[in-house]
Design a binder for this molecule. Structure first.
Ligand SMILES: [Zn+2]
Length: 313
């Protein structure tokens, strides 16, 4: 990492939202029948664009017209550990909050598993979930729909961003967006995860507001006029679905990229060298291979995914 990317906005003071149905979790009831809809932020503590959006929804006292709206700041402890000298560290405290959802039946021994136990009844209650994330590197926004048809259909109903990534998550552990009914093709529950862009870009806040407004209106719990003005952005002409087929992990943390990739680059020819891992070439397995969230600059640990490869469908 040559240097830390600029931080283009002020971080909100969230302590005023501590008191809720549980700490930093707010449940807004309409009193009328309807879906339970959840917007979650700070699943990773340094992914601040989502926190700005949830802070703004609470500040504007947005109320659901039907059903229930749940708003959360997930890894608030990691957020409060933010230090501008080491801004990437506040992603988590003990472990990744978004990899613990397959083992919540085990004793909670970390900040993140304890917090997940607090969030669990709210996540279980939600029929529809939007989880707001952002990215380490400057990449175009991506909607992570999960592996199921219903996730892709929901992402298309939202209508933005251009890229929908259909993926099965991470070998390291289950994500919140795949938990319970969200990961069950037979369940009507549905979840989306938006990667809004680089963590501290002003443009990531624009994307987070746009996607959240579209999500809330699509679920029917609010109308657009209930939301702060100016959140909706123009709808892109088309969207495309990228199906993730491979996750390339570095064996010992010695991966070097052949060039700097932007993310969502389409590599025309099969066999193109993407980089070397311990001097072993890593090549594209098929023509028109999409590079999903390549890590151009993060320090690598053994076993970490350096890029995921996808096929346009
Ligand atoms: Zn994240």
């Amino acid at each position: 990492m040559p240097d830390t990317p600029p931080i283009e906005f002020a971080f909100p003071d969230l302590r005023k939202w501590e008191k809720g149905a549980a700490p930093y979790i707010h449940v807004l009831e309409s009193g009328k029948p309807g879906p339970t809809v959840m917007v979650a932020s700070l699943t990773h503590g340094n992914e601040v664009s989502g926190a700005i959006v949830v802070d703004a929804l609470l500040g504007a006292q947005v109320k659901p017209r039907k059903g229930t709206l749940i708003l959360s700041f997930n890894n608030i402890e990691a957020y409060h550990s933010f230090d501008p000298r080491t801004p990437f560290k506040s992603r988590l405290v003990d472990e990744d909050f978004n990899r613990v959802w397959g083992r919540l039946d085990q004793p909670a021994t970390t900040v993140e598993t304890r917090r997940a136990q607090v969030l669990k009844p709210f996540v279980e209650r939600a029929d529809l979930l939007l989880d707001l994330h952002s990215m380490h590197d400057d990449c175009v926004p991506l909607m992570l729909s999960g592996p199921l048809d219903k996730g892709v259909a929901f992402a298309k109903a939202i209508g933005t961003p251009v890229d929908i990534v259909r993926d099965a998550g991470h070998a390291a552990g289950m994500r919140m967006r795949d938990y319970g009914g969200f990961g069950d093709p037979e369940s009507p529950k549905n979840a989306l995860l938006i990667e809004t862009g680089q963590h501290w870009r002003a443009s990531s806040v624009v994307v987070a507001k746009d996607v959240t407004a579209r999500f809330l209106v699509e679920t029917g719990v609010v109308e657009e006029s209930d939301l702060p003005a100016g959140w909706r952005q123009p709808t892109p002409a088309t969207q495309r679905v990228v199906e993730v087929t491979h996750a390339i992990a570095t064996k010992r943390g010695n991966f070097t990229a052949a060039q700097r990739f932007q993310g969502q680059d389409v590599i025309a020819k099969a066999g193109t060298v993407l980089g070397h891992d311990d001097d072993e070439p890593v090549t594209t397995p098929y023509d028109d291979c999409v590079l999903v969230m390549p890590s151009s600059s993060r320090p690598l640990r053994p076993g970490v995914t350096v890029v995921r490869l996808g096929r346009l469908t």
